[in-house]
Design a protein. Structure first.
Length: 502
């Protein structure tokens, strides 16, 4: 541990230079902007800027690109909270509580909770990265396709009834999301599924238009059909001081942020998991064991904290397998891996020995960048909250413009705008009839990874499904999944039995 501290101090000596500090600031600010703009996302933002860094010093380049990654986690919560349009898929769960809280006139509190929990989650992730990267990498190696498939299936079976008010409707919604995820070319055979001859669907339904439609355009339709405007009287001018959390509010989110940060970090270093899966699992845990679990989904800051802390910790956690093993833990870190190879660097066990200034300079920059993102996000709160004071008649065309531009810019295809409109209307009517769209979207995100890992697991076992029971980790997860599915049924039966006996 002492050796790690000495190496970290060496990293700070590397990063505290004009060029590297500038890269840290630029990366963090760009990340916040990218995260707050629906339709881009961290992976696309890093990919677009990667060619600009090839002539830069590798350490300076990776510091800036990493700043975009974790800055994106901060920014994704802003549009999710204020417009109900998650800037990134990792902010889906944030929207479940952030937007309702903003509509109660507490947008400043929602953003403050988001910033604080993001900061805490980032710190937890960086500490893990600093001191436990080798250990975490070894644990991550124990998660093969069977374990990853079992974990994702556990998440899918949980979200259906935990996030929905009605367990059955929640499971139906999740099933619809899984079906939508199968549209397009099969990843293994290349066979086209459910495209109905439309070449626009050969690559599947694009996630960005789908999420913008089901959150953003759905909200627009709801606003347009509402009989009265939002209560703007609640949205007075808010200062940074007024936005800060009270001592009691901070105490409520601090343990949640620590717990979710640890969960997010552990999920983050699993190959292919990423911040989205981490946020979902942490939100599910909070919904199950949190002190205020019954209020989640109605505008509860602990719900915001669980999601934001987890996705920030996962963003940092994805650097563990990337740097220690050369295995990307998310789509964004896969882009970064390509950049590292372009710069002639080979991530793996020897990276910390052969290129210590690079590895430890990157880790040290995260400490500084996390603080800078927190400060920038806090200073932006009054300006961001002012969005909520705009009248509905003015806000509707603004949101419509954002929705259309975000959907179209995904693939520069007008078909995606149609997808956004159709699923926006579908989401509106689903909500009216008691369905929750959150399980649908989460299932849509996780299903492709589940399919891939399931194919790999069955390929390893030559089609023997007992591989999920013969491996200890996957067996435990399968048992937990069965317990989660049968738990509500058994509980209902016991309650009815007690009622009949009474």
């Amino acid at each position: 541990m002492i050796e790690n501290i000495q190496s970290l101090l060496f990293g700070f000596q590397t990063v505290i230079s004009l060029d590297n500090m500038l890269a840290t600031v630029v990366g963090g600010v760009l990340g916040i902007i990218v995260g707050a703009m629906p339709g881009i996302g961290a992976a696309a933002g890093v990919a677009l800027l990667l060619p600009m860094t090839f002539k830069m010093d590798p350490t300076m380049a990776i510091i800036m690109l990493a700043g975009i990654y974790y800055g994106d986690m901060f920014g994704g919560a802003y549009s999710a909270t204020l417009l109900n349009i998650p800037g990134d898929s990792s902010a889906l769960c944030t929207a479940l509580d952030g937007y309702p809280l903003a509509m109660k006139g507490k947008g400043g509190k929602a953003l403050a909770a988001s910033n604080i929990s993001s900061f805490i989650g980032g710190v937890v992730g960086i500490i893990f990265l600093t001191f436990f990267a080798p250990i975490m990498a070894e644990v991550g190696l124990k998660f093969g396709p069977p374990e990853s498939a079992a974990l994702i299936f556990f998440a899918l079976t949980s979200i259906g009834w935990i996030l929905g008010d009605n367990p059955l409707l929640g499971l139906i919604s999740a099933a619809v999301g899984m079906i939508l995820a199968t549209i397009g070319a099969d990843s293994a055979t290349g066979q086209i599924r459910f495209a109905f001859g439309n070449y626009n669907l050969y690559s599947g339904i694009s996630f960005i238009p789908l999420i913008i439609g089901m959150f953003g355009f759905c909200q627009l339709v709801d606003m347009a059909t509402a009989k009265k405007e939002n209560d703007v009287s609640l949205l007075t001018k808010i200062s940074i001081k007024e936005s800060m959390l009270t001592k009691e509010e901070f105490k409520s989110i601090f343990p949640v942020s620590i717990r979710s940060g640890i969960i997010g970090n552990l999920v983050g270093f699993l190959p292919g998991a990423g911040g989205t899966t981490a946020a979902f699992i942490s939100y599910l845990v909070e919904k199950k064991i949190g002190k205020r679990k019954e209020f989640l989904g109605t505008g509860e800051i602990t719900g915001i904290a669980s999601s934001e802390s987890a996705n920030n910790a996962a963003a940092v956690g994805s650097f563990v397998p990337l740097l220690s093993l050369g295995i990307p833990g998310s789509a964004t870190s896969a882009v970064l891996l390509g950049g590292l190879m372009m710069w002639g660097l080979h991530p793996g066990p020897l990276l910390f020995e052969n290129n210590p200034e690079f590895a430890w300079g990157l880790i040290a920059s995260m400490y500084i960048g996390n603080v800078l993102c927190f400060i920038a996000g806090t200073l932006m709160i009054p300006a961001l909250v002012s969005i909520l004071k705009i009248s509905t008649k003015t806000l509707i065309p603004i949101i419509m413009t954002i929705c259309v531009i975000g959907a179209y810019s995904c693939n520069n295809n007008i078909f995606d705008v149609g997808v956004m409109l159709v699923f926006g209307l579908i989401s509106y009517y689903l909500c009216r009839y008691g369905f929750s769209v959150a399980p649908l979207l989460l299932a849509f995100v996780l299903s492709p990874t589940l399919e891939l890992q399931l194919r790999l697991a069955l390929g390893i076992s030559q089609g023997d499904a007992t591989v999920f029971l013969t491996r200890p980790i996957s067996c435990v997860i399968v048992i937990l999944t069965i317990a989660v599915l049968l738990g509500p049924v058994i509980k209902s039966m016991l309650s009815k039995r007690k009622g009949s006996e009474a």
